[in-house]
Design a protein around this ligand. Structure first.
Ligand SMILES: N[C@@H](CC=O)C(=O)O
Length: 329
């Protein structure tokens, strides 16, 4: 079994020093562009990655739910990561997202992306079988030492089990665990977790709505594993500007800029956050997100079956009107 072979090392024990320096700003999760026959649109993916670099993404977090990584064959998953690595060409750090029930498959995937030059992996706890804190800690005890990647924990009800803050701190004993995408849809939970583990881990509250206050007052440093910078269109420069101010602790100047973004946040909440909260899944939001990408001249194409591939023409028009009214396009 691959999992028992000697670990490769990339950042390894230097992962936390790397994170202190680099895990900041916008680590965004792109959608995967597909052709009309639901295959990877490699040219579209390359086009998008150039656009993401241009937009000011600090890093990319790829291959998860937003990217439809859960609905790719292993060969497709590998090819997708190859194209991402080749297109990014070292211009920004890359993290994959591991959504595996098998620890062995998780390790094999991490070793693969490590060979492509990826910096890290965000790992969701398995959605089957491992349903206690001890189970989840054991899972990470098994996988963490077998990769040289920097690891970010993906803590989310979408996995079916949200492990405790105590479990996070136990997992943080592994030196290559650098952070948490705290996807519990609770900012106060993110702050509480940061108060306990923020000396060792970068805790990301991934809801941009709280970002100005989170960065200026509560130690937030990274918007990790979401899509605001990709989706806000004409608001991107204001998002970047208020982020710089908030990270520098200047809430007074950051806040008026941030407040201008409320209309686009409303669309984001309706299209994305509301649907995730209502269904415990990203699926219902995906046709909207793909249409949104295209309305911003990013490549997207359809969603892969068995998910609804596209919005109806009427739904797409309405989304376009909402984005226009919110000033994003
Ligand atoms: N949950 C998102 C991003 C996580 O960080 C995904 O899987 O794409």
């Amino acid at each position: 079994m691959t999992a028992t072979t000697k670990p490769t090392t990339q950042l390894g024990p230097d992962a936390r020093a790397w994170a202190a320096e680099n895990l900041k700003g916008f680590y965004m999760c792109p959608l995967t562009p597909l052709t009309d026959d639901f295959e990877l649109d490699e040219e579209g993916l390359r086009h998008n990655i150039d656009a993401f670099v241009e937009m000011g993404c600090a890093g990319l977090v790829v291959g998860g739910f937003f990217a439809e990584g859960w609905n790719m064959t292993l060969a497709e998953w590998r090819r997708y990561h190859e194209v991402v690595a080749d297109a990014a060409a070292g211009r920004l750090p890359l993290f994959t997202i591991i959504l595996e029930s098998s620890a062995y498959q998780a390790i094999e995937k991490m070793r693969y992306v490590e060979s492509l030059g990826f910096t890290g992996a965000e790992i969701m706890n398995p959605s089957v079988q491992l349903k206690t804190d001890d189970d989840v800690v054991s899972y990470f005890e098994f996988v963490a030492p077998k990769t040289g990647l920097a690891l970010v924990l993906y803590r989310t009800p979408v996995s079916g089990f949200v492990y405790s803050h105590d479990a996070v701190l136990r997992i943080a004993e592994h030196p290559n665990v650098i952070g948490v995408k705290n996807g519990t849809l609770s900012w106060t939970d993110s702050i509480a977790l940061r108060r306990r583990g923020g000396d060792r881990l970068v805790i990301s509250e991934p809801n941009e709505r709280y970002w100005a206050h989170d960065a200026a007052l509560f130690g937030g440093r990274v918007l990790y594993g979401e899509l605001s910078l990709l989706l806000y269109g004409k608001w991107r420069s204001d998002l970047r500007r208020y982020t710089d101010l908030a990270l520098a602790g200047d809430l007074e100047k950051a806040l008026p800029l941030s407040e201008k973004l409320d209309p686009i946040r409303q669309v984001y909440d309706e299209v994305l956050i509301g649907r995730i909260a209502a269904t415990g899944s990203y699926v219902a939001a995906m046709p909207y997100l793909k249409a949104w990408f295209e309305l911003l001249d990013l490549r997207a194409g359809p969603v892969r079956p068995p998910v609804a591939a596209r919005l109806s023409a009427a739904e797409r028009d309405l989304l376009g009107q909402q984005l226009e009214a919110a000033g994003a396009i």
